[in-house]
Design a protein around this ligand. Structure first.
Ligand code: SF4
Length: 353
């Protein structure tokens, strides 16, 4: 059982972040934000993929001015991502549900004060988005591009916002490698009460990002750290949500859908297990009820796994067993096994709803 660090709860639109709220999964569009049609289409895709929150880049005034129409076309909470030009944050804050600024490139206190004022007026939160690759000079000179540097930058900026009476804050501390990312979040967590947005930044392609994010974010989540997250993938939007949800599920942070236990196959294999598991995975994607299902290639471990599974298959030579909670419910020819197994899975899911 994961015991999460207690954090202050803030609202990003209608999505609660922190406190006892579920860890939310977010992503970021890659269209030119001022291309309203393209941006809304990407937001629609993210919504359909199961994103809780979406962030858009606001590099120029034409992007900031497009936010009103973009916001009108989606029910997803919208976060404006601001670098360098604080005036864009002032325009964005009139419309969006959260402003993220990078203190490494907006470090002038007068400008940050203006952003805080704009967000206070609309009662929207601010993400202090610290990036290891763009720390303020004072912290990079002292600590280098390190976890300590990120923590120092975050504490400095949190204090500045607090001194202005602003506390609807979330914080991110992103580096492009797992170790510094994890060290930074672990180091800061006991020092502040604000919710954390987790991410390993610039994590690479689907394969590498999945591994880095699973190690990094998975470790933090198991430590009870993290309130919202983004998986950074050089690839398609939907994958960021899919990987994020899988990390939440496989770390045990959320219990929904089926958990498929399947063996890696070996020389004892008695069936085309790769095909069978692919079929099972595709046919059970819609199930939201937490279920453990086991698909094993021979009897060696199948009976043992079946005892802990809600529904299981154990393949034998040309035939196999379908089991519920370790009890055999059918002994069938191999060609009928998956179909019967899936019927049992659907039934088990309904019973446990
Ligand atoms: S369950 Fe059987 S086929 Fe699968 S890996 Fe184990 S011994 Fe090999």
């Amino acid at each position: 059982m994961i015991k999460r660090y207690p954090t202050k709860q803030i609202m990003v639109g209608n999505v609660a972040v922190g406190g006892d709220a579920p860890i939310s999964v977010q992503s970021m569009t890659y269209s030119k934000t001022h291309d309203i049609v393209a941006t809304n289409e990407q937001i629609r895709r993210l919504h359909f993929a199961g994103a809780d929150i979406v962030r858009v880049a606001v590099p120029a005034m034409e992007d900031a001015l497009a936010l009103k129409e973009i916001k009108a076309n989606t029910s997803l909470p919208l976060v404006a991502d601001i670098h360098y030009n604080y005036k864009l944050a002032l325009v964005a804050a009139e419309v969006v549900d959260c402003v993220r600024f990078n203190p490494g490139n907006i470090s002038d206190k007068g400008k940050i004060k203006e952003i805080v004022k704009a967000c206070s007026q609309r009662r929207i939160p601010i993400r202090i988005g610290v990036n290891c690759g763009s720390l303020e000079d004072q912290f990079e000179n002292k600590y280098g591009q390190s976890a300590e540097g990120m923590i120092a930058s975050a504490l400095y900026n949190i204090k500045y916002l607090e001194d202005l009476g602003f506390s609807d804050i979330k914080v991110s501390l992103k580096a492009s490698d797992v170790q510094r990312t994890v060290d930074a979040y672990r180091g800061l967590r006991p020092q502040v009460v604000y919710p954390f947005h987790l991410g390993v930044t610039e994590a690479g392609t689907l394969f590498h990002s999945t591994i880095k994010s699973a190690i990094g974010l998975g470790s933090l989540i198991l430590d009870g750290i993290g309130d919202t997250m983004r998986i950074s993938i050089t690839g398609e939007l939907e994958k960021e949500i899919e990987v994020g949800r899988a990390i939440l599920k496989d770390s045990g942070a959320v219990k929904d859908g089926v958990n498929i236990i399947s063996c890696p196959t070996c020389g004892r294999i008695e069936a085309d297990l790769v095909k069978a598991v692919a079929e099972v995975e595709a046919a059970t994607k819609h199930i939201k009820t937490p279920l453990n299902i086991s698909v094993m290639g021979c009897v060696v471990n199948a009976i043992g796994e079946a005892k802990g599974a809600d529904v299981a298959i154990a393949y034998g030579k040309g035939s196999g067993l379908v089991m519920r909670k370790g009890e055999v419910v059918a002994n069938l020819d191999e060609k009928n096994l998956v179909e019967r197994f899936l019927q049992e899975v659907e039934e088990a899911a309904k019973e446990l709803e």
